[in-house]
Design a binder for this molecule. Sequence first.
Ligand code: ADP
Ligand code: ASP
Ligand code: MG
Length: 440
Amino acid sequence: MKVMKFGGTSVGKPERMHHIAGLVTKETEPVIVVLSALSGTTNALVEIGDFIARGDRNGARQAIDKLEAHYQSFISELVKKEETLAKAKAIIAEHFEFLNIILKISFSEALSKDILAQGELLSTKLFCTYLEEMGISHMLLPALEFMSIDNYDEPQIGSIKVKLTQILQQNKEKKLFVTQGYICRNARGEVDNLKRGGSDYSASLIAAAIGASVCEIWTDIDGMHNNDPRVVKKTVPVEQMSFDEAAELAYFGAKILHPASIWPAQTYKIPVRLLNTMQPEAKGTLITEEAGSVGVKAVAAKDNIIAIRIKSSRMLLAYGFLRKIFEVFEKYRTPIDMITTSEVAVSLTIDSDANLKDILKELEPFGTVEVDRDQVIISVVGNEISQTEDIIKKLFGSIVNIPVRMVSYGGSPHNISLLIAAAHKKQILQQLNKGMFGLE
Ligand code: ADP
Ligand code: ASP
Ligand code: MG
């Protein structure tokens, strides 16, 4: 059995849905299709939730109506037969009625998650309606029946496995399953999600849970590129990389993969393939245990980083000092991405300001605390790069004119990270493209 996940742009137009129906029915082995919401939908739902949270019901109603109009025109081209069109209309009516009812309820965090879930619920149901029109046998697997996270927002892989296996066992004769990416239930049984871009994570979790032959991530680009194609003009796809390399790139900003999407596949040894829906014949990127080659594979940038420097002439590097600092971040469940130390100071980075005020207050007794916002982590990733000859010379040689705030080298054999001000991001990515890959 294989998993095929299609992202927002891959389902964002009626003809794309027709096209992916063609792709999934070509398969000889049974398939679980994981779908995102149509492109733009989750952003619109975030906006609707924000309007409601601010008490702007009018704004919310207008945004809901606009989104509904988009879906009405979408289904008019998705399905043709009267019967299936009526079904598609009923699906839209059901979900937009839900959104309109929400307008009358007082806002809560749980309600905002319900709003966000509508995108994937709609896309999967509409896709199934099209499959029905085409006479393609299939079954909708509601993700809310098997995908769950615990109190710490961590997926419960054991329980996902038990539930999913049971559902599949009961439907052995079926060859094509369709399910929602992104959405899940939390420890309180409420509707929740795996964070933005989370459909990749759903796909990897499902692939791990069922022991899939492969987890295919179909998107709008032909694989993981050597640099961020949104920033740098000339980038090229990487044919093969290891789970470790892909995990570093995903975590450090390569948007093609959700930051946590590699570990389930890696733990359960499921190959991951990144493929282009618009160009299915392209090789894409294969991610397995094997790196395929040594040396630099790709560069990624992680935005919105906050750097914190704690300076103390007295206690620093005294035994137990770092532990005390780490305890503050642990208390506020804020992960640290980079860290460097000197005799008198420790610098570290975080990617969320959710608890920054409290963290800073608790750090104060340790010394002078300085904060720099608008920083970017640039990660140079490749198999065993820290042992690759001349790598440091090449790396720093290509960015001599750019001020670097922090460097992390040797933490992982596959990653060298630099912290720079956001203003230099484009320039550094371009210069690294030339210096490390010879691409201009
Ligand atoms: P989907 O909606 O299919 O999940 P995403 O927009 O989440 O698609 O991810 C695909 C996008 O990721 C690409 O269109 C590209 O702009 C961006 N991206 C960023 N870094 C990379 C990279 N290193 N390689 C490929 N794509 C990247
Ligand atoms: N629809 C969700 C989002 O836009 C999940 C995803 O596309 O992966 O974030
Ligand atoms: Mg995505």
